[in-house]
Design a protein around this ligand. Sequence first.
Ligand code: ADP
Ligand code: MG
Length: 233
Amino acid sequence: MMIVAQSLGKTYSSGGRPLSVLAGIDLTVQGRELLAILGPSGSGKTTLLGLLAGLDLPTAGSVRIDGRDLSTLTEDERARLRAETIGFVFQTFHLIPTLTALENVLVPVELRGPSPSLPRSRFDAHARELLERVGLGGRLHHYPAQLSGGEQQRVAIARAFVNEPIILFADEPTGNLDAETGATVIELLVALNRESETTLVLVTHDPELAARADRVLRLAGGRIVSEERRRSH
Ligand code: ADP
Ligand code: MG
């Protein structure tokens, strides 16, 4: 599954004055690639991730996922595409405060429904396995407010994996983790990229994580200012 962004731009128009955040972004993400996006705070990394994932629409240019221009899809079609193919780890986790860790991880599977590889009878066990894999087997029934920032982040990572997405977007997935937990999460991401052939598009400040990428892009002032290919995947 390939993502192609062409002449991508985003201008926010909050508070009256237009704010151009991204302009002229041309980018192709190959299936199974591990792409890291680096850049200073405010350079548009989160905005770019949201556009590539179809969470938000550009004000210029286009994003195509396997040839389908996201701007031509209805909101429902984009939601379905996301549910079936995309996982997203938000910078601010976006956990539902009234649900436990286990229930939060189950939200995307409930939304998508059963699939050949995951019948309903396996939902619960699958979510528990993922929480165990991120080291939270002992926190299944904790609510987000009862979890540390790093633990909430790991719940968000387990939730993003639960539907076995073809493309996983993660916004600073190790940003709130200590070195040891961060290393565990990096190994998990890399293993998923390798074993499940998941395409990973990551925003990160973490040199350990960027070092594992096939390709590193740097954003500044809303543009791609450098591209470094480490290895072909
Ligand atoms: P980064 O993730 O690289 O720190 P962001 O993509 O979050 O950058 O934001 C880039 C710029 O766009 C920032 O200056 C931010 O204030 C602005 N911005 C982000 N989201 C919005 C929004 N919804 N409305 C208006 N401005 C926004
Ligand atoms: Mg950001």
